[in-house]
Design a protein around this ligand. Sequence first.
Ligand SMILES: Nc1ncnc2c1ncn2[C@@H]1O[C@H](COP(=O)(O)OP(=O)(O)OP(=O)(O)O)[C@@H](O)[C@H]1O
Ligand SMILES: [Mg+2]
Length: 261
Amino acid sequence: MSSFCSDNSNRFADPICNRALYETPRRERMPCLLLHGDSNIGKIKITAKFRRAHPSEFDERTGVERCPVVSVQMPPTPDQHRFYSGLLFELGAPHNPAAGLATLERLARDILRRMSPQMLIVDEVHHLLAGTYREQRASLNLRKYLPNDLQISMVLVGTRDAVLALQTDSQMISRYRPFEIPRWRESENLRRLMAAFEKVLPLRKPSNLSRREIVQVVLEISGGLTGAISTILNDAAELAIRNGDECIDIAHLERVARAHV
Ligand SMILES: Nc1ncnc2c1ncn2[C@@H]1O[C@H](COP(=O)(O)OP(=O)(O)OP(=O)(O)O)[C@@H](O)[C@H]1O
Ligand SMILES: [Mg+2]
């Protein structure tokens, strides 16, 4: 069973949707953001939603596809060659992966210049820390100069380690405004998320998932991580369907929690 509830991404997409970030006219010092949060909090869902909201368009006049938001993942080590190769793949640009770094870099920059995206999102930035000191410096430099060179806003996404990686460079810290995606706490937003889950779960009877007792148990079991909330509710729904209850109650959640220990 898989479901997607928009409340979480609506709440957190704010920093990316932020007009300053997306609509700043091109200039040398474009605004940049470092979006960070625990693993499983839902970072990729947020950026994916933002991308969907800004789809590519074909420009009849120039014959070039204009892609307002380009998104790429940082490879498991800060390897520039793999980064540019991944970026070219995302840009739909055929290239010889065996080509040298300088060639791939030039090609990627040329294509980005032509496609003129407004924003470049780089996910899994914490992988920076997996590299040697030299690799880390090179990778940081890339993230420092790309926004200037191409005059695009850059959004770096990663876990708290991403903040640590950037803190090693004072220019990066002044450049990238950090924004933390916090774990869920009891709130109106969380109740809305739970209600949104209830709408997409295929249960015949109402569970009233946004009620206090349920929210508190789900928070305790999930540690406030969106991914864990999703798994727990999906598993509880499956249990409720299998045993014919057709709605989720505390007992289902507790059984699911025991199964996860
Ligand atoms: N709004 C949402 N509605 C439903 N499920 C969600 C939502 N946001 C995230 N999830 C689920 O949570 C899980 C984790 O999400 P995601 O991969 O975006 O996390 P992440 O923060 O990028 O984690 P990591 O740092 O490990 O890459 C996924 O299985 C995803 O389906
Ligand atoms: Mg992720």
